[in-house]
Design a protein around this ligand. Structure first.
Ligand code: SF4
Length: 205
């Protein structure tokens, strides 16, 4: 069975795409993984339509979750138009949503070809952007964006713009191989862009 939504630690995660413009060295989509610590099989046999996703979400009591998270085994902003439609459609039907979060690589303005950050306003409460490194070289080596070095600048620009429209903007790094100086640098960078840094624990394979 295809997993469109799954529960993890009291939040509901929405998985609409396996597509991504990066090839992060740690990505769970490589290395023969089918799922993650969150769910067993996140490979989609096809990208669910808006309606399939809506039906799945309507079958759940959304008020019982602490967060609704657009995440995916892939980059969720490839489906931003559908994410936005789903959020609007649920609200239009009077469904009371918990805070809405998107976990993203921050490349959407590039791959969607427009500045989508104003569209986040009133729809998304928290946006979590993967920082992955304290500088362009490290970031590019770890995430291997299809646009190469451009990915770093795009991600920083997206973060700064998103901070105008989203109440809580978080940048994340994993603490593996990071010195205290690296982390301090990442924190200063995040704060300069209007975000807060969250340091995640490394979870080995
Ligand atoms: S951005 Fe996320 S989905 Fe894309 S390759 Fe990196 S870890 Fe995987």
């Amino acid at each position: 069975m295809m997993t469109i939504t799954y529960e993890y630690e009291g939040a509901l995660y929405v998985n609409l795409t396996n597509k991504c413009d990066c090839a992060c060295v740690f990505c769970l989509r490589h290395n023969g993984h089918k799922g993650s610590i969150y769910a067993d099989d996140l490979w989609l046999e096809h990208e669910p339509s808006r309606q399939e996703a809506l039906d799945d979400l309507l079958s759940r009591d959304l008020s019982q979750y602490r967060e609704l998270v657009f995440c995916g085994f892939g980059e969720p902003m490839f489906r931003w138009d559908d994410d936005a439609w789903l959020i609007d459609e649920l609200r239009r039907r009077g469904v009371k949503l918990p805070p809405v979060r998107i976990n993203t690589n921050g490349h959407a303005n590039r791959f969607l070809g427009r500045d989508v950050t104003p569209e986040l306003k009133g729809r998304v409460d928290v946006i979590s952007i993967s920082l992955n490194g304290s500088n362009e070289a490290e970031y590019t080596a770890v995430t291997q964006p299809s646009t190469g070095k451009q990915g770093w600048a795009d991600m920083l620009d997206f973060t700064q713009k998103a901070a105008r429209y989203v109440p809580e903007v978080v940048m994340t790094i994993v603490n593996k191989d990071k010195t205290a100086e690296d982390i301090a640098q990442c924190r200063a960078l995040a704060e300069r862009l209007g975000a807060t840094l969250r340091v995640r624990e490394y979870i080995p394979d």
